[in-house]
Write a protein that binds this ligand. Structure first.
Ligand SMILES: Nc1ncnc2c1ncn2[C@@H]1O[C@H](COP(=O)(O)OP(=O)(O)O)[C@@H](O)[C@H]1O
Ligand SMILES: [Mg+2]
Length: 410
């Protein structure tokens, strides 16, 4: 039996993630009235659109009338089913809910009219109607979109998927190592169905999830080192940007979550590697600039964690490649052995913060003593740095601490 079926969510809370979406849908259905618009749940496949509606219906005693719109046979039934559902409402007291699954499957030139027909049926439905679709950008969806309320579903965080996979591993009573489970979760890119399928298919005859072999681990490490090298050596944004395109690793760690006794995190994320190796290649001023880029990227990481808006991944990737690459003034010729940080993400942030903070403090003091704006001093920072380095008396006048002077001397 397919595990995706076996472990299909039966209760609303078993649908992981999509918290706001679930709330919106539940409220809309419970408060359905003549002015309600049909809901259109859309998003990538395998993220819980269909499952959530089924779980909601089951738990709240709605009878579901379902049509899969991409199925040709049911296209003819579309009209009948919806008509029936609307008519039956007054006959039986039970609550009903119409689910028109995969509406983006309707249409194509042959079936012109299919969509028109559907749109007509959707005028002020007295019974709650929920539609689902993967792709709403398609031209044929345009008109439909004016008639419905959109509920975007999102890809799931690696940590959430990993936790779900782990539960399945426990229930199936199979052996799996944490790294392999994490890898399956990560590679699914937010697709829960895909992750569960991969978990099932990577199970070998003895009921174990095969551990990552050393060769794979070694290859991944080499790929990352290569990407780090390109980014730290090049000054060209485009070259840097392409460096991480083919690595089999997360760009940034989006999975650090403590779930039960297991911590799901991706310590091998490219972000940790680049951060660790910047100081080995860049000089002081460049390190600051690069660290500023890292902290900005981390702001976006936080937004993804909070709002699960994975669109920011592109921004982050850009920052951690092109952004870091162009932070340098000079390419270092040094032969560097790249390694990965052992610090915790918390310590990393503190480090970036300290570096940028120190510079801020110095800028403030200089601005104060030369009666200039901070912005101006920042622009001319190199010059002030030079002056202070050469003349200890000036440092004293500006009231820099020993620590700050040392910082400038480096
Ligand atoms: N958010 C989720 N929580 C738990 N399981 C999920 C979730 N999304 C998908 N699944 C798993 O994947 C299968 C397919 O999900 P489904 O709801 O049909 O995806 P969609 O309709 O978004 O393409 C489910 O049976 C379930 O095993
Ligand atoms: Mg579906």
């Amino acid at each position: 039996m397919m595990w995706t079926e076996k472990y299909r969510p039966r209760k609303e809370e078993e649908v992981i993630g999509q918290e706001r979406q679930k709330e919106v849908i539940k409220r809309a259905i419970e408060g359905w009235n003549q002015n309600s618009k049909p809901l259109l749940l859309h998003g990538p496949p395998g993220v819980g659109k269909t499952s959530y509606i089924h779980a909601l219906a089951k738990q709240n005693q709605y009878e579901i009338l379902e049509v899969n719109a991409s199925d040709t046979r049911s296209k003819e039934n579309l009209h009948r089913i919806i008509g029936q559902a609307l008519a039956q409402r007054s006959l039986f007291g039970g609550k009903k809910l119409i689910l028109i699954d995969e509406v983006d499957g309707i249409g194509g030139s042959k079936e012109r009219g299919g969509m028109e027909e559907l749109i007509k049926l959707l005028e002020n439905p007295s019974t709650p109607v929920v539609l689902t679709a993967n792709d709403i950008e398609d031209e044929k969806m345009e008109k439909l979109r004016t008639k419905i309320r959109e509920v975007p579903f999102e890809r799931l965080e690696t940590a959430k998927i990993a936790a779900l996979l782990w539960k399945i591993v426990k229930k199936e009573n199979i052996k799996a190592d944490e790294k392999s489970v994490k890898k399956i979760a990560r590679q699914s890119r937010g697709d829960v169905r895909g992750a569960i399928t991969d978990l099932q298919t990577s199970k070998n005859e003895v009921g174990e999830i095969e551990a990552l072999d050393e060769e794979t681990t070694r290859r991944q490490k080499e790929e990352i080192k290569q990407a780090v090298k390109v980014v730290l050596k090049t000054k060209k944004a485009t070259i840097a940007r392409q460096a991480t395109e083919n690595i089999d690793q997360d760009i940034i760690d989006l999975s650090r979550k403590v779930i039960g006794p297991v911590i799901f995190g991706n310590d091998d994320a490219y972000g940790y590697w680049i951060e660790e190796n910047i100081p080995k290649e860049y000089d002081k001023g460049d390190i600051e600039k690069a660290f500023e880029v890292l902290s900005r990227a981390d702001v976006f990481r936080g937004r993804i964690m909070r709002r699960q808006y994975y669109g920011y991944l592109t921004t982050i990737q850009m920052m951690l490649t092109a952004g870091v690459a162009i932070s340098k003034s000079e390419r270092s010729e040094a032969q560097v052995r790249y390694s990965k940080t052992e610090r915790s993400p918390k310590q990393n942030k503190k480090l970036w913060w300290l570096v940028t903070k120190k510079r801020e403090a110095i800028v403030g003091k200089i601005a104060h003593s030369v009666h200039s704006s901070k912005r101006k001093v920042k622009e001319e920072f190199g010059m002030y740095k030079q002056i202070i380095k050469e003349d200890p008396l000036i440092a004293e006048k500006v009231r820099l601490s020993e620590d700050e002077v040392n910082y400038l001397r480096k």
